[in-house]
Ligand binder design. Structure first.
Ligand code: FMN
Length: 165
């Protein structure tokens, strides 16, 4: 299914970090801090090969903001060391606080570290609840080969099964 970005002007829209090869099926937005675990996971998933545009939420405040006007699945790490208030990084909150960005979220995938016990992947629970979207999957640190394959297949199946997305 061909999808067009409809709102805003082209100059306002952000370019994907990895652009979908061939026909565009959907999009993923992710955040990763300086430790880059999530960035490595995303690169290993090769989502662009499956027709998925991949956008990155900027790390530094002075970077231009990410503006997305197409449906997407959000993939984010958990921070805060167990504090629910700090579990979602400020960069992710800033991105989601823009109503035009928030309108496109269709699901969330979260990562974390099992050392944090009850707070493992808590960012996924928080975003799922606040944005009223399904918490689709979770993985630890940079994920395993199996996680990569499940996310790759899961994202593709999600957009195939939700063509209106
Ligand atoms: C200061 C700090 C706090 C963290 N807090 C949590 C937490 O509360 N729950 C959790 O599951 N993981 C937590 N983590 C683990 C990160 O989610 C994990 O290292 C993740 O892979 C980081 O992704 P990134 O390198 O892409 O930023 C924390 C990591 C750090 C460094």
């Amino acid at each position: 299914m061909e999808q067009q970005q409809t709102a805003g002007t082209d100059s306002e829209l952000s370019a994907p970090e990895f652009a979908a090869q061939g026909q565009r099926l959907g999009a993923v937005v992710y955040f990763s801090s300086a430790s880059r675990n999530t960035a490595r996971f995303i690169a290993n998933c090769h989502l662009d090969d499956e027709g998925i545009d991949v956008f990155r939420i900027p790390l530094r405040p002075k970077d231009p903001p990410l503006n997305i006007r197409q449906p997407y699945i959000l993939i984010v790490p958990t921070y805060g060391g167990g504090s629910a208030k700090k579990a979602v990084m400020p960069q992710i909150k800033r991105f989601l606080n823009d109503p035009a960005n928030r309108a496109g979220i269709r699901g969330v995938i979260a990562s974390g570290n099992t050392n944090f016990g009850e707070a493992f992947c808590m960012a996924g629970d928080i975003i799922s609840r606040k944005c009223n979207v399904p918490f689709l999957y979770y993985f630890e640190l940079m994920g395993t080969k199996e996680d990569q394959e499940k996310v790759r297949r899961g994202v593709v199946d999600f957009f195939r099964n939700h063509p209106e997305s």
